[in-house]
Design a protein around this ligand. Structure first.
Ligand SMILES: Cc1cc2nc3c(=O)[nH]c(=O)nc-3n(C[C@H](O)[C@H](O)[C@H](O)COP(=O)(O)OP(=O)(O)OC[C@H]3O[C@@H](n4cnc5c(N)ncnc54)[C@H](O)[C@@H]3O)c2cc1C
Length: 345
């Protein structure tokens, strides 16, 4: 085997100064890749300070822990993040660089690869090694075709999709840390702060166990000839709060706001699941008032257990797209479900 193959995990810390789950998943993938290549791996990260994160990954067995830490790296910013990533990759003399596909890294990776004279692949779901050959797996054409890619160009930066690998979960251990010096560029961007929606307004929760999908049926005339938007809103929000579920929507529903129809105010295009939307990863999914047409269901690729509530026994979910279809009125079903959730201790 090629013992000179150099593998690096490149991560960043969070405001709590630790590495978050996407970084620990990428660490597990890096560790497994290095084992398959019969080589060692280094860990590099950026952030405010090094101590807590280095200890967090200390027992994973890195050959080196390279850090670029300080106030300049406490906030995401292209110029400083790219400079630090480049310096760490050079210090590690890395051939393969595994990176968690966080928004912070996704913004700079192409630039870093260019500076290093290397290449980058994103949306990677699996890494493998055979002999000295490394290959990655990713989906193409909106999750319809899975392809395996191998490259000879080095360094090769590989952005691993969160949720595709079990996170590394070892005990903390003290480890030697090597600070990497970074030539700081002239910085023109000041990070003034972070604005996030109130927790109650946040409906997209990638970490949630359950995805609740709302379809256009919620805003359609019901058996009494009326629309019941306020009731739909209350039922959906109450369920999301009680189950801490993530909210997805069909294209028909999220498009309505642009078409001047009755809308659920918390539903945006960020919630859209499907061919022209997202393919979120959740263990369970529940579709309500959504027909289950193929362009929508293709976004359920990574949802393992699927259930749906629909008035129509011939809807798409009944055509083999769901494990269980409840032919029922979603207004009644969700009211009962919310009642049961509220009665739980
Ligand atoms: C190129 C292309 C890309 C597309 N991309 C996407 C995409 O990314 N995502 C996406 O979602 N769609 C996409 N579509 C559109 C897709 O084909 C469907 O039109 C869309 O998913 C329909 O949304 P819906 O099921 O919410 O609405 P509808 O088709 O209007 O279905 C509403 C459903 O609600 C049910 N219903 C009504 N009232 C109740 C009740 N009280 N209880 C239970 N059920 C009830 C009805 O029986 C019906 O089945 C795309 C289409 C094309 C052509």
């Amino acid at each position: 085997m090629d013992s000179s193959m150099s593998v690096l995990l490149l991560a960043h810390t969070e405001p709590d100064r630790l590495l978050a789950r996407p970084a620990l998943e990428a660490l597990a993938a890096t560790q497994a890749l290095a084992t398959a290549l019969e080589t060692t791996f280094a860990v590099g990260f950026i952030g405010t300070d090094a101590g807590a994160a280095a200890t967090q990954v200390g027992s994973s067995g890195p050959s080196r822990v390279l850090v670029a830490c300080g106030a300049a790296f406490s906030q995401p910013r292209y110029a400083t993040d790219a400079a630090a990533a480049e310096a760490i990759c050079r210090a590690a003399n890395a051939h393969i660089v595994v990176v968690p596909a966080t928004s912070r890294w996704m913004r700079v990776l192409a630039g870093v690869a260019h500076r290093l004279g290397g290449c980058v692949d994103t949306h990677v779901t699996r890494l493998a090694a055979s002999g000295n050959d490394v290959s990655i797996t990713r989906w193409f054409y909106k999750q319809r075709i899975e392809g395996t890619v191998s490259r000879v160009q080095r360094p090769w930066l590989i952005a691993l999709e969160p949720g595709t690998v079990d996170a590394w979960n070892g005990a903390p251990a003290a480890v030697n840390v090597e600070p990497v010096s970074v030539i700081l560029p002239s910085v023109r961007t000041e990070v003034a702060g972070v604005r996030t929606p109130a927790a109650s307004e946040q409906t997209v929760r990638p970490d949630a166990d359950l995805l609740l999908v709302a379809g256009a049926g919620w805003t359609k005339k019901q058996s009494d000839g009326q629309v019941h938007i306020k009731q739909a809103e209350a039922l959906i929000l109450s369920f999301l709060g009680a189950a801490q579920a993530s909210l997805g929507g069909s294209k028909s529903l999220v498009d309505q706001s642009g078409e001047g129809q009755a809308v659920l105010p918390f539903m945006t295009h960020l919630n859209q699941v499907g061919q022209t939307g997202a393919s979120p990863r959740h263990r369970k999914g529940l579709a309500t008032c959504c027909h289950g047409e193929e362009p929508h269901v293709v976004g359920w690729q990574f949802v393992t257990e699927r259930r749906a509530v629909n008035l129509n026994p011939n809807c798409g979910w009944a055509q083999g797209k769901a494990d269980v279809l409840y032919v029922a009125d979603a207004f009644q079903v969700m009211a009962k479900v919310n009642e049961l959730l509220a009665s739980q201790p």
